[in-house]
Design a protein. Structure first.
Length: 104
């Protein structure tokens, strides 16, 4: 169950970040409100996960998975540049997440 809750937290963290871009410096009302709602849900999920998982592992997975997903969304959705360095960096983030859990 902790993985489901952590996954929910990661998804809402990513949604909050996407809304952050859409909020245009908090000049657009709905995306601005959603930034706080989505990050609130995300942090609440993280708080719940910390009852079952070490903070160093949970936060590292939450933050790095969100970073990797946002980088991929930027490439696919916002047509940001794609380079070997960017692909390698995202791969290293994912490997780091796996390493944290598999070799704990």
């Amino acid at each position: 169950m902790k993985w489901v809750i952590l996954g929910i937290g990661i998804i809402f963290e990513v949604l909050g970040t996407v809304c952050m871009e859409k909020a245009d410096g908090f000049t657009k009302l709905i995306p601005s409100i959603l930034v706080f709602v989505f990050y609130g849900i995300s942090l609440a999920a993280l708080v719940l996960v910390l009852k079952k998982m070490e903070v160093s592992i949970a936060y590292a997975i939450w933050a790095s998975a969100g970073t990797a997903l946002i980088a991929m969304i930027g490439i696919i959705w916002y047509h940001e540049s794609l380079s070997i360095t960017k692909v390698a960096s995202i791969t290293l983030i994912i490997l780091g997440i796996l390493g944290l859990e598999l070799f704990d």
